[in-house]
Design a protein around this ligand. Structure first.
Ligand SMILES: [Zn+2]
Ligand SMILES: [Zn+2]
Length: 342
């Protein structure tokens, strides 16, 4: 490789991100060097940037990405230069007690590309061979959505919507829209979506939401009038504690609440334990993903999920410091894609 340095976005300390030159990483014996073609900006990246996550600085974030294999370590068998790939950012040890019980998302030696190790907001990123997956016809931008979709598939596998279910989803971001599409594929008879913004609700409509509601002061009354018995499954994708607290009251007897959005740590909500007991309610969490990368690839390649509609602005690496602030201020629409090396 002729070029030894690359451009990368680096968070040097809390709230300080710059694009600068740094050495191209060298793949280890069982690692793959990937030339990044596209990467996605995610809520996790903003939590890292704000110093609200367990990452240490300096760090190049970026855990949703696609690219081209550029170099492989000497023990790598499955990949060769030039292949189009995506990578599961979660690196599991496969040796600890959790990994041994197929609970890899609780791996005691858990590492994640772009969270604990340098990620894909750079021209090149390194990933272990075991984390890399081939993609075929999907675009590099669509490849960025494999990781978010893999998380949503894991969440749906945890919550298991049933044929004939009614579903209520709070939050119409890329994640809410992926949940909408999978809930319908899983047999929900209708899906109701709630958001603060009209333009987001319009997109929910386009992607198959049966009813849309603006989250304003009349919401509770409107929902309770139209759906007096509540919903079989309520999914929160907002990560707003007040929304999660309210969500319980919209559950049908024997209903399930999936807490998918990331609420700030150390927040709490009030729920009546009597209500949970008397109404057979279930509250379900869903952390990251577990072995759902290949299903996500399959669903995108076969066009069973529309990911292109959840893509927003496409920007360059140089525009990322500006975009990060815009994202934190809630002024971006849908998934920002950082286009690199193209
Ligand atoms: Zn993410
Ligand atoms: Zn482990």
């Amino acid at each position: 490789m002729e070029k030894k340095m690359m451009q990368a976005y680096v968070i040097e300390k809390e709230r300080q991100g710059v694009v600068k030159a740094k050495p191209i990483p060298e793949p280890g014996e069982s690692e793959v060097l990937i030339k990044v073609m596209a990467a996605g900006l995610c809520g996790t990246d903003s939590h890292i940037y704000l110093g609200e996550y367990y990452s240490s600085f300096p760090l190049t974030p970026g855990h949703e990405f696609s690219g081209i294999v550029t170099k492989v370590g000497k023990d790598v068998k499955k990949f060769r230069e030039g292949q189009r790939v995506v990578a599961d950012p979660n690196i599991f040890c496969e040796k600890c007690c959790f990994c041994q019980q197929n609970l890899q998302n609780f791996c005691q030696d858990f590492e994640a590309i772009g969270v604990t190790t340098d990620g894909a907001f750079a021209e090149y990123v390194v990933a272990p061979e075991a984390s890399v997956f081939l993609i075929e016809q999907m675009s590099f931008a669509a490849g960025v959505l494999v990781e978010p979709l893999a998380c949503v598939i894991y969440g749906q596998m945890r919550a298991r919507p049933q044929l004939g279910d009614s579903v209520l989803i709070f939050g119409v971001g890329p994640i809410g829209l992926l949940h909408l599409q999978l809930a319908k594929r899983n047999g929900a008879t209708f899906v109701v979506m709630v958001d603060l913004k009209e333009e987001r609700l319009a997109l929910a409509n386009k992607l198959g939401a049966d009813y849309i509601f603006l989250n304003n002061s009349e919401l509770e009354q409107e929902l309770k009038e139209k759906f007096p018995l509540g919903f079989n499954l309520v999914i929160d994708t907002t990560g707003v504690p007040d929304v999660v607290e309210k969500a319980v009251s919209f559950l049908k007897n024997s209903g399930k609440l999936l807490i998918f959005g990331v609420c700030p740590p150390h927040t709490s909500i009030k729920i009546s334990p009597y209500d949970i007991y008397k109404r057979d309610l279930k509250i379900i969490g869903s952390f990251a993903l577990k072995k759902t990368f290949q299903p996500a690839i399959n669903m995108i390649e076969s066009e069973q999920v529309d990911v292109s509609s959840v893509i927003g602005e496409e920007i360059t690496l140089e525009q990322l410091p500006f975009q990060m602030n815009k994202f934190i201020e809630g002024k971006t629409f849908m998934k920002t894609i950082i286009t690199i090396n193209q």
